[in-house]
Design a protein around this ligand. Structure first.
Ligand code: HEM
Length: 460
């Protein structure tokens, strides 16, 4: 086998203190490393190797579930402190993952998601009213508003609980606790284990944030069990009543709580990132903006949005696909080989070595996307071109059995938001000279991006 390219490192700590990975915006470092060392390179933190891969050909091998499996490590492992054995953070082969996966897959299926249309529209309308009432001169922070939208939506759809974040200036305590928990989980992942015990203040806050999330979800479950009558058939109901077709077992209360926390974690920053990046790309590409708005005007006209509109929004769908290609909110998939193996016919990877699919690199691989891979061009997603892509070239929702269970949910929510937003408003940059900067926690979002929403004449 050939040696895997690797930047210079120190003895013992490896790349840990060399500054190769910027702790604030790692995405940018991965980009620089990819440009310098290519689409496979190796890093090493305190003796533990990490192999980063970003070409379609190699990623295609890493996505082969007979050879590789998801590896819960780094920030994901820290998130287990709050989300436990919920689907997102469950270890490979953990029994409760299988049971929950089989119970929950149908609950997140396309038909069930269509049934969530009214709840999604409820929250969606709250955001549009807010923008209408603030008026055209108010600089909107789209990421903040879309985070409220996504959080309130997933909470209402999952457990019929209203966070009501649009009615509060500050983010509600629950949302703040989760935000604090995620940032701290990321920070802990970069801190050697022996140091963590000394961080008393942040540990106390971390535990308080976890307790707040756990207590609220436990309370919601207890209330539902005490008063099941008249409850909506939401995800919570399905989890309380569902039986695994394979083992006949149901989910424990603790596991249900872990799933609720998981949906809230997995479902809010990601969807918010997708919507924020899409607004940015539309404003930065006026001809695309004109086209998507024309499609929405043609399909919706002045009517309130309906389920039957969604499949007709073909260009809107392409815009979302292209936006999430250039800026995947979750930029990394962690996998590890089942056995010692060789990829690309020349690079050896030992069993249990941590490997990372760098999604943003993959989704800009010029061998798949061509010389204009860095450009925003939704047309490349139209007319069967998306379906004809080489396997595993577009992976914003992860891979195989461990892929995103909330994909239809997020897609429907995002499509509804784009359609209703552009039906009612014209968007403008607050600062026309704005260039995209990234802000990264567990997920990536645009930084300091502000816009205006100008009510359109003739809009409802
Ligand atoms: C898993 C992305 C929205 C729930 C994943 C994974 C990705 C992802 C990349 C795989 C993670 C890994 O391999 O470690 C996204 C994106 C979203 C989104 C980009 C929005 C644009 C949602 C929503 C929900 C959700 C709305 C729930 C309501 C989950 C769960 C998993 C997951 C439960 C773990 C599945 C399993 O391993 O069984 N998501 N997600 N996601 N996502 Fe999403």
């Amino acid at each position: 086998p050939d040696p895997i390219p690797s930047p210079p490192s120190y003895p013992v700590v490896g790349h840990a203190l060399t500054g190769v990975i910027d702790p604030v915006t790692p995405t940018l470092s991965y980009r620089l490393l990819r440009e310098k060392y290519g689409r496979i390179y190796e890093l090493n933190f305190y003796g533990r190797p990490l192999i980063v891969v970003s070409s379609q050909k190699l990623v295609n091998e890493l996505c082969d579930e007979t050879r590789f499996h998801k590896n819960v490590s780094g920030a994901l492992e820290e998130v287990r402190h709050g989300a436990g054995d919920g689907l997102f953070t469950a270890y490979h082969g953990e029994e409760s993952w299988g049971i929950a996966h089989r119970i929950l897959m149908p609950a997140f299926g396309p038909q069930q998601t269509l049934g969530m249309f009214n709840d999604m529209l409820d929250i969606n309308s709250q955001l549009l009213f807010k923008w209408e009432r603030f008026g055209p001169d108010h600089p909107i922070d789209p990421t903040d508003d879309f985070t409220r939208l996504a959080f309130d939506t997933v909470s209402l759809c999952a457990m019929s609980y209203r966070v009501n974040s649009f009615y509060q200036e500050e983010l509600p305590a629950f949302v703040r606790a989760m935000g604090g928990f995620l940032v701290e989980s990321g920070r802990r992942a970069q801190t050697p284990h022996m140091m963590q015990g000394f961080m008393h203040k942040s540990n106390t806050q971390y535990e308080a944030d976890i307790k707040l999330m756990v207590d609220l979800c436990d309370k919601i479950i207890a209330q539902r069990k005490a008063h099941p009558e008249g409850a909506k058939n939401d995800l919570l109901n399905r989890m309380l009543e569902g039986k695994d077709p394979k083992t006949g077992r149901g989910l424990s209360d603790a596991n249900i709580r872990n799933q609720l926390i998981t949906f809230l974690i997995a479902g809010h920053e990601t969807t918010s990132g997708l919507l924020s990046f899409t607004c940015y790309h539309l404003l930065a590409n006026p001809s695309t903006y004109t086209k998507i708005q024309a499609e929405i005007d043609e399909v919706l006209g002045n009517d309130p949005i309906q389920l039957s509109h969604l499949p007709k929004l073909v260009y809107t769908n392409a815009v979302l696909r292209e936006s999430i290609r250039l800026n995947a909110p979750l930029g990394m998939l962690n996998v590890t080989p089942n056995e010692d193996t060789i990829i690309g016919g020349r690079w050896e990877i030992k069993k249990d070595t941590r490997c990372v699919v760098e999604i943003n690199g993959l989704q800009r691989d010029p061998e798949v996307w061509g010389d204009d891979a860095e450009e925003f061009r939704p047309e490349r997603m139209l007319d069967g071109k998306f379906e004809a892509l080489p396997p595993n070239s577009w992976k914003p929702f992860g891979n195989g059995a461990r892929a995103c269970i909330g994909r239809p949910f997020a897609w429907q929510e995002a499509t509804m938001m784009m359609a209703t937003m552009l039906q009612r408003f014209d968007l403008r940059f607050d600062d026309p000279s704005y260039h995209l900067h990234l802000k990264q926690t567990l997920t990536t979002k645009p930084k300091d991006f502000k816009m205006h929403a100008i009510p359109r004449r003739g809009a409802r």
